[in-house]
Ligand binder design. Sequence first.
Ligand code: FNR
Length: 377
Amino acid sequence: MIAERKDDHVRFAAEQQRHLGGYNQFDEVSFVHHALAGIDRSDASLVTRFGGMEWQVPLYINAMTGGSVRTGAINRDLAIAARETGVPIASGSMSAYFADEAVADTFGLLRRENPDGFVMANVNANASVDKARRAVDLLRADALQIHLNVIQETVMPEGDRSFSSWGPQIEKIVDGVGGGGGAGIPVIVKEVGFGLSRETVASLGDMGVRVADVAGRGGTDFARIENDRREHADYAYLGGWGQSAPACLLDSQNAAIPLLASGGVRGPLDVVRALALGAAAVGVSGGFLRTVLDGGPSALIRQITTWLDQVEALMTALGARTPSDLTRCDVLVHGDLRAFCADRGIDTRGLATRSRSQAHAHAHSHETAHATVGEIR
Ligand code: FNR
């Protein structure tokens, strides 16, 4: 039953990718062009540090699958691409493994194919501490993702109907796997394509969660996927529910914990936009799934290599030596996203002129390494 669901998800998600419109809310974020802002390519570095981790690149393959023969083969292709490009990779939900150990290898090969990579295990927010530990052990995982998917469960015919235990359970997993004071591996809480609000991110921080992945709407839509699995497809009206990744990042500008961004990321410019809005790294699921299904691991290796090259090129043009330097670039917010910001009290004017205020701040600080953007403008 779980194996069938996993195959359904892949089939419907891949189909959805083929019908995604070109436009999403990343298009409502643009950069103010400063013609003298550019730096030397050799000065730009993709390394990103957050939540006690250091990743060589600010891009990762986000949670998708495992638990059936077909999805095991997909995981193998994703793992090979991760190994060859050095991007971190997350497993899909490992509940199928808890239900039947016979499918262990459809997850375990994420580590076997990629022995030295950064690999994340993935469990639901109801998982016991023991299950979370088993998931981490199977993958010798470097971090644990916990997914929040209340809308997906609601529409899923066989989904959960009780959600009140999620918060307390996350705290237990953080204590048991995250090691409370930070001795364990990082616990990352993510949505599955409906976004995390400022209020949710604050709660997660209070629970001791190290990092939150906003996983917003605009790409894979699990309300639609689960609706397609229903006999009468009677939840069609929930398609498009939630906040986009750019909206979430803007909403949580002053979050107490670092943020990852995913959901609807279509190319290098979206990666750079998300980094400029404060993401420490950017994840892709549906788009990369489509690439491996169409062209195997070699196509995904080519795609990721091109994206990383172009992310570094765009950082160079924008005067950003590091991914976090992009948070000093002036960005303009348009359309519905601008209306969202107005209603949530987010200062879009400040974003459009922040390189100046940062230059001023840095002229009065000793952090000379970061002063360049301001100096050359
Ligand atoms: C997912 N996603 C997901 N997330 C999670 O935490 N556990 C899971 O098991 C799955 N399963 C899954 C299967 C498939 C086929 C896809 C495409 C996605 C959600 C995923 O990690 C991500 O949050 C969303 O898909 C939004 O990103 P994209 O697809 O718009 O890049």
